[in-house]
Design a binder for this molecule. Sequence first.
Ligand code: CMC
Length: 434
Amino acid sequence: MLKDFMTGTTAKLTLDGKTYELPVIKGSQGEMAIDIRNLRAETGYITLDSGYMNTGSCSSSITFLDGEKGVLNYRGYAIEDLANNCSFVEVCYLLIHGSLPTGEQLRRFSTLLNYYALIHEDMVHFFDHFPPGAAPMSILGSMVNSLSTYYPEMADNPLEDLDNMAARLLSKVRTIAAFSYRKNMGSPLVMPRHDLSYCANFLNMMFDSPVNPYVANDDVVAALNKLLILHADHEQNCSTSTVRLVGSARVNLYSSISAGINALWGPLHGGANQAVMDMLEEIHANGGDYRKYVEKAKDRNDPFRLVGFGHRVYKNNDPRATIIGKACDSVLKSLGRENDPLLAIARELEQVALNDSYFIERKLYPNVDFYSGIIYRAIGIPANMFTVMFALGRLPGWIAHWTEMWGDTNWRIGRPRQVYTGPVSREFVPLKDR
Ligand code: CMC
């Protein structure tokens, strides 16, 4: 497939007086790349790129983003169109299959989501053996990994039955996520219902109670739907690259995604939404002096960073943050919480940072996590569940990438090189002489 994108031109590299020609590739959106796949074999050199700032690890037809222009497309559709017009389930289908579902395809896929919503009874007992207060994100990673013990058959030919495999995971992760919260709270588990949409069902499993029945507010369901769509994929981010790398060793979908969940947990990645709320609450508790925190973030001798600002690829604006910022206003209004003091601090902080030369020069803008936590908090989701919510949203993206990687005829196990900087040769000293 990549051969269709070869431009026929080459880049020239001169090393030790010899010139090598490296093929140039042009992606479908005009992204230029130098193909170095034969570099080491031909020259003996490798490239060094810590943090993969300039390294394309694969070609992919799932998501396009242009960080300079603030563009994000899934399978060619603008994120704004999808977030404003689709259900999360339609977007899952789109990411995994490559096209939006017809009415019949959507009905069949939704039926499968309903069919797979329960988890094995043995797995329900697993929840009893995590310590009280266990982090839901940690429970989620462990439970998703253990799904591979219940569905080992998928290791043989996983792409044969993509709909079942994807629906099973999307549905069970929703149930596991809600159960991990209930367990964390010491509350009885609420079973999934066949008559609710994907998002309403999740909210019901989270908040319904025999003594206080939960009735989902339409605006809350719509806001959750939007948040999940906005998080659904983001090309080769840390967790997705992890899913692909682990999967490249021919690891099953569940274990590969469990690895992705653990990568997402980091505070510089999906853990940032929880860290944003911690930061806003701290500013509020300390009298609301947000300017002090902006100064701390600018101080090179202070490790503090303004969480929810900056992104490795977005250097103009994060289009997801723009959509979430607007959704945040409307959902808080609908819930009568437009005077949330944390929202006021977030707005002030955003304005100060956007007009400060430190942030302007470094192209640091609010990212997707800056407002998502405020919405989650308003709909009753506690901070330790925020990253679980991110995982729930990112799941279709991980499935799509794992599937694409698995079916790639050019697939090879992921195995970066390194530049060794340790001792060259040391004389061995036996233990008794050390
Ligand atoms: N507050 C203050 N300074 C910052 C921030 C920040 N949030 N982010 C970056 N900088 C500064 C950084 O100190 C550096 O300054 P200098 O050039 O003077 O050394 C410069 O900006 C470039 O930063 P970097 O760390 O080299 O950039 P990166 O691309 O490696 O890191 C990032 C990207 C998202 C990890 C980083 O911006 C950050 O730590 N942000 C806060 C955490 C956060 O909000 N993460 C969520 C990301 S969005 C969700 C997701 O996709 O995972």
